[in-house]
Write a protein of this length. Structure first.
Length: 149
């Protein structure tokens, strides 16, 4: 199992917004974002809805465009993760349900893994909290400047 692509698509969209220059580029609509992500605009609108609900973007209907509500430096990847992934605290990983209680492994697997999995989720969240949208946007701009794919 893996985290859905909603997170990476949301970071993609937010990076577009962070690097966007409305005066030169015009409005950034869901259709234009979908072209960059190479997906359907409906997917982008759903993700924008999640980002709006989290207070990360403002969406102006009827082709009014989409805008960040804070500076890119004030948006962490953890903010994006929380906006797009429905994961309860300490519940990123799950152990299969109803293992055989007659088996010593089945009876104890959850208890044996709980602390490790909780620590792994905490480590992921610490790493995401340490990276801002500004850092991602600067990395993209630097790669574009030197022609790195």
């Amino acid at each position: 199992m893996q985290i859905s692509s909603r997170f990476s698509v949301a970071v993609h969209v937010l990076a577009l917004l962070a690097l966007h220059r409305p005066a030169q580029d015009g409005l950034l609509t869901s259709e234009r974002m979908a072209g960059s992500v190479n997906t359907n605009p409906v997917v982008i609108r759903r993700i924008l809805g999640q980002l709006k609900k989290a207070g990360l973007v403002e969406v102006r209907p009827a082709s009014g465009g989409t805008f960040l509500t804070r500076e890119p430096a004030a948006i962490s990847l953890l903010d994006v993760y929380h906006a797009t992934e429905v994961v309860e605290a300490g519940r990123l990983f799950s152990v299969h349900e109803q293992p055989n209680p007659a088996c010593p492994v089945g009876r104890n697997i959850q208890a044996a893994l709980n602390d490790t999995l909780r620590q792994a989720q905490a480590a992921l969240e610490r790493q995401l909290a340490a990276v801002s949208l500004q850092q991602v946007a600067l990395d993209i701009a630097a790669k574009e400047a030197v022609g790195v794919d």
